[in-house]
Design a protein around this ligand. Structure first.
Ligand code: BYC
Length: 316
């Protein structure tokens, strides 16, 4: 790299070399904004994503299931924290992100606006939602922004465990009674289409994809990742003995892709506009948790103040 190159040129060189942009590096304002948008939405998704499963911690069918579910929900809190920290390296204050979420100004994944009425939903979320998350997020481990890519490496390791625990819940149900098999199939029927929507709108309606791919934040388009996900699901559904609820789903040897029915994009855009079955409830619960946690933030700030005073005195 020549020392005479401009900051713009150095940025372009980093991207072209498949290297990492770090917080100290100059970056275009639009690149910074895109990252803040995507990373903060992702962080919010992890935090809101704790709610549908958090609902089942007290009702898990055994102590072992309860411990596993609690660990998974805790992992999601951790993912949210890594991602908020990554967004903070771009100059976005954490308080601002939290406030935007509570005020309904910030987006989070559409998937978390659906209810979880049965235990089988924990299996379907793990298998389908975490499965979709893995397909979407493994390529993000190679995202061009260093702190995001590094956070994703750890997140993806944990997501693989999450997906396997969901698969195993469904497998146990499918090996159980008729009622349990029906419960598992019903959950798969309800979560399949929303999980396909997680990848975002079709490529021709995705305003951010082209630029994000040019900047190597996204490595694959929304539709490409959706196809990969379906290819991963088909053999797993067979192993489980569940039916994916799409009568038109079949392998097309000519195109080398799966043919599938049209996704109901009206439902997706309705959920994004705040009209999903659980949107209001998710935001209400997040706001209440934030308000009732005020004393924890105050206590932590006071503790930090006292620690700082103590180390100042020790130095003096
Ligand atoms: N839900 O131009 P596009 C998880 C928005 S966490 C809501 O394609 P982009 C997990 C999009 O933001 C799951 N909004 O956008 C957690 C954009 O709106 P704005 C979250 C969506 O960014 C706990 C507009 O639609 N995963 O897996 O190029 C437990 C146009 O879309 C959605 C991530 O966040 C959606 N599904 O691509 C278990 C991964 N889809 O911002 C699991 C990181 C699109 O212009 N994010 N929108 O107002 C990404 O990979 C990308 O941001 C997306 C969208 C593929 C989601």
């Amino acid at each position: 790299m020549t020392t005479s190159s401009t900051p713009e040129e150095r940025f372009e060189q980093i991207i072209a070399a498949d290297s990492r942009v770090e917080p100290r590096d100059w970056m275009p304002e639009a690149y910074r904004k895109t990252l803040i948008r995507q990373i903060s939405q992702h962080a919010h998704s992890e935090i809101i994503g704790m709610q549908p499963e958090g609902n089942w911690i007290t009702r898990a069918p055994s102590l072992k299931r309860k411990a596993i579910l609690m660990a998974k929900v805790q992992d999601e809190a951790g993912h949210g924290l890594y991602l908020y920290s990554a967004a903070q390296t771009l100059g976005m204050p954490r308080e601002q992100m939290t406030q935007d979420l509570i005020d309904g100004k910030a987006k989070y994944s559409s998937i978390f606006n659906y209810p979880t009425p049965t235990w089988a939903d924990m299996g379907a979320i793990g298998w389908l939602v975490d499965g979709a998350a893995i397909c979407n997020q493994v390529p993000l481990c190679r995202a061009s922004y260093g702190p995001y890519a590094r956070a994703m490496v750890r997140i993806c390791k944990e997501e693989s465990f999450h997906q396997r625990q969901g698969f195993e819940i469904l497998l146990s149900l499918m090996q159980g009674t008729d009622a349990q098999r029906r419960m598992a199939q019903d959950a798969v029927d309800r979560w399949y289409w929303p999980s396909l929507m997680m990848f975002g709108p079709p490529d021709e309606q995705s305003p951010n994809s082209a630029q994000s791919m040019a900047w190597k934040i996204k490595r694959f388009s929304n539709d490409e990742l959706r196809q990969r996900f379906v290819s991963m699901l088909v053999p797993q559904a067979e192993a489980l003995g569940v039916t994916l609820p799409d009568p038109n789903l079949r392998w097309n040897a000519e195109t080398g892709r799966y043919d599938m029915s049209e996704i109901d994009w009206t439902e997706f855009f309705d959920v994004l506009a705040g009209r999903g079955p659980m949107n209001a409830e998710r935001r209400r619960a997040r706001r209440e948790a934030h308000e009732s946690g005020a004393w924890v933030r105050e206590a932590a700030a006071e503790y930090a103040r006292k620690q700082a005073l103590r180390s100042e005195r020790a130095v003096a």
